[in-house]
Design a binder for this molecule. Structure first.
Ligand code: ARG
Ligand code: ZN
Length: 877
């Protein structure tokens, strides 16, 4: 039997002992930090009187232990690799422990670690047990008082959760700061930061008139990169008051930027810790996409203060309770402060590519999993993004107003508690009177549901019969699925008028846009008084996270692209039209037949280009071809080379046919004036840069000059990076190489820009990409210990450079496996993430399957962390 055993939701038991209050003292030292913990413990009312006290603890050296002031004898307790047990304890008592830990050797970046010279923590999900012995589970909530002792010179700033209450000097050049957090919290929300940091400060007045001090702490050289995050934070605080009635609850809110961080950011109470890539921006160093990402993540972490912190999860199976809800909240916020249709298009196109792939792969799991080996592996697109889609469906089912009543009830009823997904859904059912029992299957069933739709218009009776059939494919551990409750938003677009027709169903007038509810395996909807033959517009706004199949002709898709009143479905019709053309071209490529461009696609694009639009960002999305990854997602057997060739062919054909239009578009949307990350400017840049991409695909001489000029103009990072990427991905090394070199020299001091410099090189389609990866891994700016670097170089190559990663000689797979093996020792969480492309072998041809599996087997020979063990075993099952 393996040492790595699964944990099951059905085994959940309340904790035997609760912690009422936690006092911590950290005496910081890189290799010998001392942590004293005083826990005020109390037996759970339902626990056995004789229950021993069992605390979690990993990689801790116990130095002292005492109960109610009495040192414990050696036979009164036991310490294992993962636990400290005290055999006999009273009903209520104080436990003192002192442990030693070594932050500088902590390359896993969980618990207390060093990032350059600063100290910081990451405790979610189970990092606190690497700091001290503790009931490290979210249903144990305590108030905290934390004293941090550090070196006055190298750690002038000492931070923790809550409010600062005391600070002072100590002998030997040391000093201390004490913090108190009055809000009971689970250990995963604990945070500590110490180092030579500088702050930017601002203020926010809450809806009840309280003043909150806002601070962003960074290294000195980054002080000029905090403005956007601060503005985003204030917008988020206001929005949460207005949209959800949620007010901030401390006098101080801090954000810290850290260079070495496994994830995007962390919502620790009052002290959010951010990956510097998710908080720092400057027009010269960050792209529009980064500005928008920062806004979204700042909002996300802030929103957790209520959805996650004030009301938290009972156990980690409920992770989506806080993550799905909070992603939904940050998406709603971003949609309101930006172009809403573009946000939705971006969300869905990412979701359908990445989450669908996860849900169809070997690690597919429900939004609420039944079991896990390593919870760190479950911070997934399914928990976050599919969880958000499920909350979005609830919000749509209830309507905005009732949903708000439900969320008010949820926060009021469960404030200060650790609860479950049922608790959340029950509130929604109570306020709406809806029966959500079938809906709950969204949380328990994995896999992407598929809907087969068919429609028939009856001229004689003026009726339209829509038939919907649903099925959810089998996923690991779930061979049989039950029908889901699927809300399908739809309209019928009249082919004569080009307008949405009135919808009458069972004699009821439903207006021109409605939601029909698919609950059975198969259901028929008979619309009456349908005045003209319609084309159905189904799943508007992506009203449910499903795959929808309807046998649209290309003419019908072109029609919807031109006429659908739903912007999202308009975009989707365009994507579907291109996908049909791509299918033919992929087949032609495989059969060695000459490729012919579908003129209907060219016409549709010409129409798009000739329209007057006031939303450049939407038009840019419409002009973008589906990514290779999304095209692959549509194929039963993925042929990476054919997909690449077919997509290139479409791009080049469109560029040839519509050269002048693209050139005009490029020229008309030039950047002028000072950079600002406003939706209008972002839209113009997106549109201009899409046009340039098309023109560069045929290496049009004017485009090359334009790209070179755009790079040299150095107006903002969005334009510079885009131009440089296009040049580096072209055959014009004579222009690209000096530009690349100049860029690398100019930004050698800025790790976040160097990340971009790495990514744009290793994503180039040319055959030398893999050699570049190996070469750049030796670059002084690269380090396997820095997760951002690993993602920028290895992650980008394996995830975005499909033709080169899937090389038939297996070198791409070998390279990834080599990295995974090293990371297994250094940083298990990152190892288990970066390996993802190798786990998706099932969809490729036999030769590639064998090569990928061989690498997985090679990794399997190592002494694996639980993280990788779980992923490898599931992938090879
Ligand atoms: N709760 C954090 C967020 O969603 C992410 C924490 C991820 N932790 C982890 N061990 N994967 O913002
Ligand atoms: Zn989150």
């Amino acid at each position: 039997m393996s040492e790595h055993q699964p944990i099951h939701l059905s085994d959940y038991r309340p904790p035997a002992y609760l912690v009422k209050h936690t006092e911590l003292t950290f005496d910081l030292d890189p290799s010998a930090t001392r942590v004293k913990a005083r826990l005020h413990l109390q037996r759970h009312p339902e626990a056995d009187a004789g229950a021993p006290l069992v605390l979690d603890g990993e990689a801790l050296e116990l130095k002292a232990i005492a109960m109610d002031g009495q040192a414990l004898e050696a036979d009164e307790y036991a310490v294992s690799e993962t636990e400290l047990t005290v055999f006999q304890v009273p009903e209520s008592f104080i436990l003192d422990t002192e442990v030693e830990i070594a932050p500088k050797d902590n390359t896993a970046l969980e618990g207390l670690y060093q990032s350059a010279s600063m100290y910081c923590t990451q405790c979610e999900a189970e990092g606190f047990r690497r700091i001290t012995f503790y009931p490290d589970r979210p249903d144990v909530m305590a108030t905290f008082a934390t004293t941090v002792i550090g070196d006055s010179g190298s750690e002038p700033v000492l931070l923790s959760n809550g409010n600062p209450v005391e600070r002072g000097e100590l002998p030997n050049g040391r000093h201390f700061a004490t913090w108190e957090d009055p809000h009971p919290k689970p250990s995963y929300l604990f945070a500590l930061v110490a180092g030579d940091l500088k702050k930017v400060e601002d203020h926010f007045t809450t809806m009840s008139g309280r003043d909150v001090t806002l601070q962003i702490w960074v290294e000195e050289e980054n002080l000029n990169k905090t403005e956007h995050a601060m503005a985003s934070l204030k917008r988020s605080m206001r929005w949460d008051e207005e949209a959800y009635g949620r007010e901030y609850d401390l006098d101080l809110f801090m954000i810290v930027a850290v260079n070495d961080f496994n994830m995007g950011a962390m919502e620790n109470k009052g002290l959010n810790i951010f990956n510097s890539a998710a908080v720092l921006t400057h027009p010269q160093t960050a792209t529009d996409a980064t500005f928008q990402r920062v806004e979204g993540i700042v909002a996300h972490e802030y929103f957790h203060n209520w959805s996650g912190n004030r009301v938290t999860c009972r156990d980690w199976f409920q992770l989506s309770l806080k993550e799905g809800f909070t992603v939904f909240r940050d998406q709603s916020f971003s949609a309101e402060v930006n172009s809403a249709p573009v946000k939705r298009i971006e969300e869905v196109s990412f979701f359908r590519t990445a989450q669908f792939a996860e849900d169809a792969g070997p690690t597919s799991h429900p939004v609420r999993p039944d079991s896990y080996i390593e919870i760190g592996n479950f911070y997934t697109l399914t928990i976050y993004e599919k969880g958000a889609e499920v909350v979005r469906m609830l919000s749509n089912l209830l309507g905005a107003e009732t949903f708000r009543k439900g969320s008010d009830l949820y926060f009021a009823r469960f404030d200060g508690q650790a609860v479950t997904i049922e608790d959340f859904v029950t509130c929604m059912a109570e306020v709406s009177g809806l029966d959500l029992s079938q809906f709950m299957r969204w949380y328990s069933q994995a896999g992407t549901p598929e809907i087969d739709a068919n429609g028939e218009y009856d001229y004689a009776n003026a009726t339209y019969r829509l038939t919907l059939r649903q099925r959810t494919p089998a996923t690991p551990g779930q061979p049989d699925k039950l029908p889901l409750h699927i809300p399908v938003r739809m309209g019928l677009v009249g082919t004569k008028s080009g307008r949405d027709l009135n919808l009458t169903l069972d004699g009821q007038d439903l207006g021109t846009d409605t939601v029909i509810h698919l609950r059975e395996e198969e259901q028929e909807f008979l619309f009456t008084d349908v005045a003209e033959a319609p084309v159905p517009s189904l799943l508007r706004g992506f009203s449910a996270p499903v795959k929808l199949f309807f046998p649209y002709s290309r003419e019908e898709l072109a029609f919807l692209l031109a006429n659908d009143s739903d912007g999202f479905n308009q975009w989707d019709a365009g994507q579907r039209l291109v996908l049909l053309a791509l299918d033919d071209l992929i087949a032609a490529h495989r059969n060695g037949v000459e490729k012919v461009m579908d003129p209907r696609v060219v016409d549709a694009f010409r129409d798009l280009l000739s329209q007057d639009t006031d939303d450049q960002a939407v038009l840019a999305e419409m002009l973008m071809l589906p990514s290779e990854a999304y095209i692959a997602e549509q194929q039963l057997l993925v042929d990476v080379d054919a997909i690449h060739a077919a997509r290139d062919f479409v791009k080049q054909s469109l560029a040839h046919e519509l050269r002048d239009e693209f050139l005009t578009l490029y020229q008309e949307n030039q950047s002028a004036g000072a950079y600002a990350p406003t939706p209008a400017q972002i839209g113009r840049r997106a549109l201009k840069n899409v046009a340039l991409s098309y023109l560069m695909s045929i290496e049009d001489p004017q485009a090359i000059t334009a790209a070179k000029q755009q790079f040299d103009a150095d107006h903002n990072m969005t334009d510079v990076r885009h131009a440089l990427t296009l040049l580096v991905h072209s055959s014009r090394g004579d222009i690209a190489d000096p530009a690349l070199k100049a860029f690398g020299t100019k930004w050698a001091h800025d790790p976040l820009v160097m990340d971009q410099w790495f990514t744009l090189q290793v994503t180039r389609p040319q055959a030398d990409a893999l050699d570049r990866v190996r070469y750049l891994m030796q670059h002084p700016a690269f380090s396997l210990k820095n997760p951002n670097k690993v993602r920028a170089l290895i992650g980008a190559f394996a995830g975005q450079n499909r033709v080169n990663f899937h090389r038939l000689d297996g070198e791409g797979y070998r390279l990834l496996a080599d990295v995974v093996i090293e990371l297994n020792r250094l940083n298990p969480e990152i190892a288990a993430r970066i390996i993802t492309p190798l786990t998706r072998w099932q969809r490729f041809d036999e030769a590639r399957q064998d090569l990928m599996k061989a690498e997985l087997e090679r990794i399997r020979q190592e002494k694996l962390s639980p993280n990788l063990y779980e992923i490898i075993e599931k992938s090879l099952a």
